[in-house]
Write a protein that binds this ligand. Structure first.
Ligand SMILES: Cc1cc2nc3c(=O)[nH]c(=O)nc-3n(C[C@H](O)[C@H](O)[C@H](O)COP(=O)(O)OP(=O)(O)OC[C@H]3O[C@@H](n4cnc5c(N)ncnc54)[C@H](O)[C@@H]3O)c2cc1C
Length: 566
């Protein structure tokens, strides 16, 4: 059987790793206050049992399966129930609630693991010839409903897992360009690059379980994007398998050869073909990499400082600021009053803050990263420190930044823990111009509160700003509440209110999670009805029989002149 590793079928990450609060004394009181959930008395659900799941039977016929096996080898084709379940959903809250509650309406009928581009081509051609559906699968980490087969799908569905294409093929050291196979997951590709002194500089929170092909297909963004760019900047060349041939985009620094095909593949969520290789801009591993922490008296002053940093000559790798509520959670998840929490809970820092006239409930924690040569990092910090000072901020050194760096890939496990305890914890993110950010933030919080009132829940919402640009920034919202009788309905109410607030306040429906099924209801408000028509034309001409990941980004019903399956 294939050696491709997958995440837990019911949650984030790998078996045996999870979130625990017992070593974080401030966490349980925080949760009780925020959403009214008593972690000390609530009963924790036990791990779901696979045997309890009802998996829809595979409708892939033996002839079709034998054809696929002839291309990739028998060991790399499977109709095993567990593998089909692993490939059914991503890791959105909706996905996790459904899978924990045995709600699987439709699964892929067969999972294939090609070893190279020629085998991907073989699978694509065979599937299109048989009028089957092809859903490319990277790490399965998306949270936009980008993977699930449509319940109404009557054709066989192939989940095409890129996990065996995981090599860094070559590095052009003159240009800093690395050819990477699309199924390479973050740690694997970074280790291969590091071995030659290079880094990709792309570190989404899902880094440990997502792939470079998935990053491109969803227009991902990593936490050091201020320096290295989003994947849309990093991915320079692409190879995409389409029925009958490979679309090849050479890695170019820039080009004016018509509308950008590269940009069309970026964010296409498997609808324009299967990405087999991405040529990415890589960088020499920096001599210096530090993350410093700063406090601001309030959100408004913090955002003003971030904006001024984005406008200035300083070029930090990370500019991130949490609002007061998220700052509160950061302090509450520190372990046993070490590090940041001890620092704040002690007398010295709060004393300094009070002497400055700050209200402790309003303070906002910011992390700013510096990377490059020693002299470059020093100069950046000097420039930033002056701006922070101008906006009334306070530098508190590297200690909290080290903690942030260490636990950045652990937080995804928190969501599974909350689900175990009967509560939702999820995220929604947007980007907007600087001129709209403060108002958008306030209005999204107000919209969430109104939604909580409508479902009768005590809810929580907090945010941070990450990913700065000259014209604006990404705002990332985390919300939580205890489920009532209708988890998905309640979740929809809250999430929809937040999404609507984004578009109503000049933001986009997603800065880096893509569209999938989750965000497509707002697409026309984001790109205009005329924009939707152009996208519909693109998808239907590139895939006239709607074989590639149907229904994602745009509902199939919006595609014109669709030759629908018989
Ligand atoms: C806890 C958590 C934290 C996250 N943090 C971040 C973050 O910081 N930044 C961020 O950008 N995202 C984040 N995400 C979202 C997710 O990790 C990204 O969307 C990621 O880019 C998906 O990559 P993947 O390899 O897992 O793709 P998958 O989930 O497997 O697939 C996503 C979509 O891309 C398509 N696809 C995948 N591979 C290919 C390919 N080779 N060719 C064509 N289409 C393909 C699929 O068909 C699907 O439509 C997070 C998700 C979770 C659960």
């Amino acid at each position: 059987m294939t050696d491709v590793k997958h995440m837990k079928w019911w949650g984030w990450g790998i078996d045996g790793v999870g979130f625990h609060h017992e070593d974080k004394p401030a966490f349980a009181p925080f949760v009780l206050k925020a959403v009214g959930l008593n972690l000390n008395t609530a009963e924790r659900a036990s791990e779901p049992a696979f045997a309890d799941l009802k998996v829809p039977a595979s409708i892939a016929g033996p002839e079709f399966i034998a054809g696929l096996a002839a291309i990739v080898g028998e060991d790399n084709v499977s109709i095993d129930d567990k593998l089909r379940v692993v490939h059914t959903y991503g890791k959105s809250l909706r996905d996790l609630v459904r899978i924990r509650n045995n709600w699987i309406e439709r699964s892929p009928d067969v999972v294939v693991y090609p070893a190279n581009e020629a085998e991907v081509q073989g699978v694509v051609d065979a599937a299109v010839a048989a009028n089957a559906v092809i859903i490319p699968f990277g790490g399965g980490s998306n949270i936009a409903g980008s993977l699930e087969p449509l319940p109404s799908e009557t054709r066989p569905v192939v989940s095409l897992d890129l996990g065996r294409l995981r090599e860094v093929v070559a590095i052009d050291t003159d240009s800093g360009l690395a050819r990477i196979q699309a199924g390479s997951q973050g740690p694997d590709l970074e280790a291969q690059l590091n071995a030659h002194g290079w880094t990709i500089g792309h570190f989404p929170d899902s880094f440990t379980h997502s792939t470079v092909g998935g990053w491109v297909a969803t227009r991902s963004s990593g936490m050091q994007s201020d320096k290295y760019g989003d994947i849309a900047d990093i991915a320079r060349g692409l190879r995409v398998v389409r029925p009958g041939g490979v679309l090849v985009l050479h890695p170019l620094p820039s080009t004016s050869s018509g509308p950008s095909l590269r940009e069309m593949i970026l964010g296409s969520e498997g609808k324009l073909g299967v990405i087999t290789e991405v040529t990415v801009q890589v960088h020499r591993i920096p001599a210096k990499r530090d993350v410093y922490a700063y406090f601001f008296p309030n959100w408004k002053s913090g955002i003003a400082a971030m904006q001024e940093i984005a406008e200035s000559d300083a070029s930090p790798s990370i500019t991130r600021i949490s609002d007061a509520k998220e700052t509160g959670l950061s302090l509450a998840t520190s372990k046993n009053r070490k590090g940041l929490d001890k620092f704040i809970a002690g007398k010295v820092l709060p004393g300094i803050m009070k002497s400055k006239g700050w209200t402790l409930e309003d303070i906002c924690l910011s992390f700013i990263g510096y990377e490059g040569s020693v002299s470059h990092a020093k100069l950046q910090k000097k420039l930033v420190d002056a701006i922070v000072k101008k906006h009334g901020g306070l530098g508190v050194g590297k200690g909290p930044g080290v903690l942030y760096d260490q636990k950045k890939f652990d937080t995804p496990y928190l969501r599974d823990f909350l689900l175990d305890m009967g509560a939702a914890g999820d995220v929604s993110e947007t980007a907007a111009p600087w001129s709209k950010l403060v108002e958008l933030h306030a209005n999204a919080h107000a919209a969430a509160q109104k939604a909580y009132d409508s479902i009768g829940a005590q809810g929580w919402i907090m945010s941070h700003m990450s990913h700065s640009y000259r014209s604006g920034a990404c705002l990332y919202f985390t919300f939580a509440f205890v489920f009532g009788d209708d988890p998905i309905g309640e979740y929809d109410t809250v999430k929809s209110a937040i999404q609507q607030a984004f578009v109503d306040n000049g933001g986009t429906i997603s800065h880096h999670h893509g569209v999938g099924l989750e965000h497509s209801p707002w697409l026309s408000q984001d790109v205009s009805p005329e924009g939707v028509k152009v996208l519909a034309g693109l998808f239907s001409s590139a895939d006239p029989t709607n074989n590639f990941n149907p229904g994602k980004v745009l509902p199939s019903s919006m595609l014109p002149s669709q030759v629908l399956p018989s």
